[in-house]
Design a protein around this ligand. Structure first.
Ligand code: UDP
Ligand code: MG
Length: 325
């Protein structure tokens, strides 16, 4: 047990549950009911915040017409901005001193809330759930995630816990720290790790999706991983410099060898195929690394434009909460 941790024995938990939802009309009602049933047992003070991330189905209408007793606030985006932004908005609108993020598709078991809150009481500021068993996942996801965690840990700046996602509890302090980060490229896994605080993981096995399919295709996952690596590691740039230096050294050595061979052993220099092959190789390496530079440049471009990270089209609070504020 960490000695710096002070238990919050008598602290009252005001729980805000953030639920990002994109085209979840089939699952959202049962998910909210399940969460509410559980959270009621944990605290008298709670709220649900659904962020409708530009759904093209009835998700927003369904949330709008939920009964008051479910104390659900709807925050509707003007279009689909992506889960990372939905979570950011959720953090912004959450009022509790304990904020928990859960998926709308029912994959995050509400049973874990009990354990999460117990850890918060024990003094932890952030309690993340990590997937215990990835064997059920496709080979692409398993290998992809392995490569991703390797690549990002090479940067060495932050430690991102393996297989931990957005299903987590955060103390108000952590939420405020997250909100204080001004960046627009919001790679949440990295941001959670970057802010620090006393964190602990608890294992879980994701439940099967209750309806429909995951919104994260292979291409989207690769894009997300690339955003993560370029937002939190300068490793690709260092790699470019290292490869450049190595190639320069090799070609210099080879050049010396050719000169010596020619001057002292009177050998003729070999012909054009070698030149063409090496030119193609160097051109390829250069283009690759210019591409990597471009990636970082595009991140800077996004930040410099200074656009808001998302646009909220509508906020609908349940009356009880609206009158309190
Ligand atoms: N989601 C979102 N915006 C998106 C894609 C997904 O808010 O652009 C939500 C989605 O409704 C769900 C959660 O993020 O509540 C996780 O998405 P999904 O179940 O599709 O992904 P997976 O379970 O494979 O991580
Ligand atoms: Mg899911």
């Amino acid at each position: 047990m960490n000695k710096n941790i002070f238990p919050r024995v008598d602290a009252e938990a005001h729980i805000s549950i953030i639920v990002p939802a994109f085209n979840e009309e089939a699952a959202i009602v049962s998910t909210i009911h399940t969460i509410v049933d559980r959270v009621k047992q944990l605290s008298a003070n709670w709220e649900i915040i659904v962020i409708d991330d530009g759904s093209r189905d009835q998700t927003a209408n369904i949330v709008r017409s939920l009964p008051e007793s479910l104390q659900t606030t709807l925050v509707r985006f003007s279009r689909n901005f992506g889960k990372e932004y939905a979570i950011t908005a959720g953090l912004e609108y959450a009022t509790g001193n304990v904020v928990i993020c859960m998926d709308a598709d029912g994959q995050h078991s509400s049973e874990l809330l009990v354990e999460m809150l117990a850890k918060w009481r024990a003094g932890y500021d952030m309690v993340y759930a990590y997937r215990q068993d990835r064997d059920v996942e496709s080979r692409f996801k398993r290998w992809g995630s392995r490569i991703f965690y390797r690549a990002i840990s090479l940067g060495g700046q932050i430690h991102i816990p393996r297989d931990a996602g957005d299903f987590r509890l955060m103390d108000r302090q952590v939420v405020n720290a997250l909100l204080s980060l001004p960046e627009r490229n919001r790679f949440m896994k990295g941001i959670y790790a970057w802010v620090g605080y006393h964190s602990i993981g608890i294992p879980y096995i994701p439940l099967p999706r209750s309806h429909g399919e995951s919104a994260f295709s292979k291409l989207k996952l690769i894009q997300l991983a690339w955003t993560g690596v370029t937002s939190f590691s300068v490793m690709p740039l260092r790699l470019a410099s290292a490869v450049g230096a190595l190639l320069a050294l090799l070609s210099f050595t080879y050049g010396m060898y050719v000169v010596v061979d020619h001057m002292f052993f009177d050998k003729s220099v070999p012909g054009w195929p070698t030149i063409i092959a090496s030119m193609m190789f160097f051109a390829g390496v250069q283009l690759l690394f210019i591409g990597i530079l471009g990636e970082y440049l595009s991140r800077i471009y996004d930040e410099v434009k200074g656009r808001p990270p998302y646009i909220v089209a509508e906020v609908l609070k349940p009356k009880a909460i609206a009158t309190q504020q």
